[in-house]
Design a protein around this ligand. Structure first.
Ligand code: SF4
Length: 639
């Protein structure tokens, strides 16, 4: 493997022949060698690589070689779409060319959730109707049909033009009910390509959904795999817990019963049987309502409470079991999909009611008029991942932020990986000369009422130096909107474009504007802390008003804290603090995306000056210039 990596990435090697001006990068070759060894020896590897090291090509090259030579399947998972796109559109084609130079043929395939793909049957039906119409929608349907039939496009992004959600819903394969698929089915096509591939690229969520299915049924939608590579691995813990979360509310069963009772097969049952099933349904719903009323008693709207107690759902579950058994005994055709879902719902209800797993959190939420939802989610994925992933195949975990000062134990402990190798390669960027960390010395306590006003005023001062080109990362939508309201008049008077994230907005569109228009300031929360990639002078300043500690009032966080405190451990140093550091490093990393980047990260939170742990925070960030005055921006911003 080492010799191959030298031939592929070394001076005058294959990549040098493909990319003009290429020069080998020692960190990338180190990652490639480590990944190659890990795969060959069947070991886990944790690879932390700073921005600009070329880590994805570093793992793709040995993974592709190993898979092709040994007829193996490797799954590569990313968290963000930009990285996934980069891997599929830029890096894998290059890796394919490199292997071709070695007379090897690499096959790879991108796989997303079903709802991203076109259902050919639905599209063809709509296209037939569109032939008789002159509406705008009909024109778009014809355009989509042409792309699918003539250019072999199968998914929404591949179309290359926007399709309204309402239309997409009509043609998406998301809710495919078919058990046997026709030859024209694009999902079948995709499946065939996937099974022939050496490398399958997907996202964390799809991978974990597949894992849920494998644990339940023994089979997943992905083919069996021989190794997994997680890029952006710092995100896998949260994604895994989200995917494994179970929720049960009234609507889940209501919707299934409605579907079932409308099916022809059900209507064809004789009246007496229909009546018997209707009564069982009503009985079930009445009992479930009683459970919800008991759980939700005393809870206010939009509130949640952790469930310490068991909930007695045995009567509810046995009524639904009776319903399912009766229907099965009747051999009603064409309803097995609904029966499976009812069974699954019953199973989830039973699981939540039992409140029996110490490593899970159980809670109830109330929305609207006494609308109770029951939830259960793992507090950490280590138990699940140790048995279902790490004990089965070698796993490569790659990220720019996984360790704390080179120590991976916090991360490894949370995800459940044991007995692993590590490699840490620093970013080649010149942080010492091109980056400044500014922590203003006049900031009030971030929890004080005047903090949002202070933030807005400080942003005005910062904007005078930067002239835009700024990303402000908030920890809550609420404070972001409050600061935006105060800051907005300043921006509109002076011709700055203030773009504020809103739920469901297209992040890439906002970022594109930042790239194209210098007088732009983007306010973002949640997803903007990772995956925003703006290289060069388009982004010169990142402002972080508050240190990104996890929100202690979110159910899962609260349950984590309680669990640690019950075990006499520090919830702050064993959980909140390391979580905050990982996120802060991600936010900090938004500034430096290429060797041409130069600018400042400004953190307004005065805990970075007043708390004893301030040194720990500073040491976890790249070594760079430091100042307590915003006016020092003149010494670092590019001219
Ligand atoms: S099998 Fe499902 S996705 Fe495929 S064409 Fe038929 S309905 Fe559409």
């Amino acid at each position: 493997m080492e010799e191959f990596i030298q031939r592929a990435l070394g001076a005058g090697g294959h990549l040098a022949k493909l990319v003009k001006g290429y020069s080998p990068r020692a960190p990338q070759m180190l990652i490639a060698n480590k990944v190659g060894t890990a795969l060959e020896e069947g070991r886990h590897l944790l690879a932390e690589a700073g921005t600009g090291t070329g880590k994805s090509l570093g793992y793709l090259i040995p993974a592709a070689r190993w898979a092709v030579e040994n007829k193996k399947t490797v799954i590569v998972c990313t968290h963000t779409i930009p990285l996934m796109t980069q891997i599929v559109n830029v890096e894998l084609p290059r890796v394919q060319q490199i292997l071709k130079m070695e007379r090897q043929n690499l096959r790879y395939q991108l796989v997303k959730g079903k709802s991203h793909y076109v259902c050919y049957t639905k599209l063809e039906n709509l296209w037939q109707e569109a032939l008789r119409s002159v509406s705008e929608e009909a024109k778009i349907v014809q355009k989509i049909f042409k792309a699918v039939t003539r250019e072999n496009v199968a998914d929404r992004t591949g179309l290359g033009f926007d399709v309204e959600d309402s239309l997409w819903h009509k043609i998406s394969a998301g809710s495919c009910p078919a058990v046997t698929k026709p030859d024209s089915c694009l999902l079948e096509d995709l499946k065939e390509k996937m099974y022939k591939s050496h490398i399958i690229v997907t996202n964390h969520a799809y991978f974990f959904s597949d894992l849920v299915m494998r644990r339940k049924t023994g089979n997943g939608s992905l083919p069996d795999y021989d190794a997994v590579i997680f890029d952006e691995a710092h995100e896998m813990e949260d994604v895994c817990c989200q995917i494994f979360e179970k929720t049960v509310d009234v609507n889940r069963f209501e919707a299934l019963f409605e579907h079932l009772f409308r099916r022809d097969a059900f209507r064809e049952l004789d009246n007496r049987t229909q009546l018997m099933l209707t009564q069982l349904r009503q009985d079930f719903q009445r009992k479930l309502d009683q459970v919800y009323a008991k759980v939700g008693k005393g809870m206010e709207n939009d509130a949640y409470r952790l469930l310490d107690e068991k909930i007695d759902v045995s009567d509810v579950c046995s009524t639904l079991t009776q319903f399912i058994d009766k229907l099965k005994a009747l051999n009603v055709r064409g309803v097995s999909d609904i029966l499976d879902k009812l069974f699954e719902g019953n199973d989830d209800l039973d699981f939540i009611g039992s409140n029996s797993k110490r490593s899970w959190a159980y809670w109830a939420t109330v929305h609207g008029r006494n609308n109770v939802t029951l939830h259960a989610a793992p507090l950490f994925p280590k138990v699940i991942l140790a048995s279902s992933l790490f004990n089965k195949v070698p796993v490569i975990l790659a990220s720019a932020t996984m360790s704390s000062g080179g120590n991976f134990s916090f991360f490894a402990g949370r995800v459940g990986v044991k007995d692993y190798d590590t490699v840490v390669v620093d970013s080649p960027f010149d942080y010492a000369n091109k980056t400044m960390l500014i922590v203003p010395d006049d900031a009030p306590d971030p929890n004080s009422p005047e903090f949002n006003r202070y933030t807005a005023e400080k942003l005005e001062e910062i904007t005078m130096y930067t002239g835009g080109r700024m990303l402000v990362l908030f920890t809550s939508f609420d404070s972001m909107n409050q600061v935006a309201r105060r800051f907005h008049p300043y921006c509109s008077e002076r011709g700055y474009h203030l773009l504020v994230q809103y739920p469901g907005c297209n992040r890439e569109e906002l970022i594109q504007q930042l790239k194209e228009e210098p007088r732009t300031i983007v306010f973002g929360s949640s997803s903007f802390w990772t995956g925003v990639d703006v290289a060069g002078d388009a982004l010169t300043t990142v402002v972080i008003p508050r240190l990104p500690f996890p929100h202690p009032d979110e159910p899962l966080i609260k349950a984590q804290v309680e669990l640690l405190e019950k075990a006499n451990r520090s919830s702050f140093f064993d959980y909140m603090f390391p979580k905050m550091i990982f996120k802060l490093k991600q936010g900090f990393g938004r500034l430096n995306r290429s060797i041409h980047c130069q600018g400042a990260v400004i953190i307004l939170d005065n805990r970075l000056r007043t708390k004893r742990y301030k040194g720990l925070i500073i040491r976890s960030l790249p070594k760079c210039k430091y100042s307590s005055k915003v006016s020092d921006l003149v010494h670092i911003l590019p001219v």
